[in-house]
Design a protein around this ligand. Sequence first.
Ligand code: C2E
Ligand code: CA
Ligand code: CA
Length: 447
Amino acid sequence: MKIAGEISVLSPIRRLAAAAAAAAPLDSEAFLAHIARRLRRGRSGTAQFSVLCLRIDQVDAVAEALGPLWCEALLGSAASRMAGCLGPHDRVATLGGGRFAVLLDEAAAPPAALAAASRIQRALGAPLLLGGHEVFATASVGVGVAGAGTVNAAELMRDAAAAMAESARRGPGQCSVFEPAMHLHAVERLRLEGALRRALERREFELHYQPIVSTRTGAVTAFEALMRWRHPERGLLPPSAFLAAAEASGVLVPAGRWVLAQACRQAREWGERHPGAAGIAVGVNLSARQLRHPGVVADVEDALAGAGLAANRLHLEITESAIMESGEAAVETLCRLKALGVMLCVDDFGVGYSSLSYLHRFPVDVLKIDRSFIAGLGKVGACGDIVRAVVGLAHGLGMHVVPEGVETSGHLAEVRAMECDFAQGYFFSRALPADEAGALLAAGTRW
Ligand code: C2E
Ligand code: CA
Ligand code: CA
């Protein structure tokens, strides 16, 4: 009350200056101190409050397209728009990296915090002219509510940040309220990331190889290299147990470099050892992040040269979503990879958001039809029509087709009848350790 009394006697200009200073975003240290004070005040009474953590989803896109100055302009505008949505006792902080935090002094429960978050989203969403481009900003928002169980300011911020990360994973413009499981997952991810880096150093990754078979001759023409992690305690782990964390943490870039080198060496060795398989090819999956990595073309070149493998015996498999995610840059990278002479395969073709326009923008050699279409053959009427149409499209453009997930002789008969060129799936074999895959070649196995 004393403070309010003091301000009321200030001159109008000083009052404005005081208001501006109060509204100026705090830095993270000052913000933590502010939360700590608010927590102390809340303890004696019943008052509770909320903290929002926000990240402007467009910061990277604006920084890349328009440069850091326009990015600063975006963040400055976001800060003032946010401030315009808040009550007199709420505070905004800038945390760096396009992130903000807001203390909502009167939001004692999630509904009030969510209402404030949606007011902020609406304000951010008004078009903003940056460098001649209209930008519509959104934020990934996490909500932490201070209650009886809140230990300290740092923990409250940590929880709101975990909820924000959860929102960001769900896509732009999302808002999540913190739940304890989010913290457990965040800790688990951190642990997994460390373990993955150690796994790479300790050479715990290995490759298993799944045959790809010619539907015409029944012979193995290639193997797809699929990563496994021989975990010291948990045994052999499939990609579903670690790949997302490896991609998110960036470990998949160096690990993928190892996969390329190892798979190329293996293909060369098989070709030398088995005269009947002299031209055996190997398929290697490239992740979205690998595709965006500036060194990817050099990595592929080094792997080929290191193994002494002819470039056309390396098949690079890239999902449509990785191509879409990486935009124009992906098209350029794929053209440079193609110029090395490798084969380019679109993986999981037909699922997810895609655009056929990329098919004529760079030279695709193979479409791998997603296994969901093969699973639907004979069950879901449209699946057969879709596979037939994809074969027509691919052959019209001079590409080969590999249906994935061929699990039965019935599937094989169907994809043969539809003139798919190759096939892959459990009907032939699961992915095998290198020596067992080599034994298939030694035996000259045909289906
Ligand atoms: P993908 O590239 O689509 O690979 C095919 C996946 O389907 C493999 O799973 C394979 O074991 C499985 N599969 C093959 N035939 C059948 C079948 O008939 N029925 C069923 N239900 N499944 C079948 P896996 O080995 O668990 O790999 C999963 C995904 O992990 C791969 O999907 C690929 O996207 C990714 N991956 C694996 N290794 C690497 C790698 O070295 N680098 C990158 N970037 N991704 C990898
Ligand atoms: Ca693949
Ligand atoms: Ca696939």
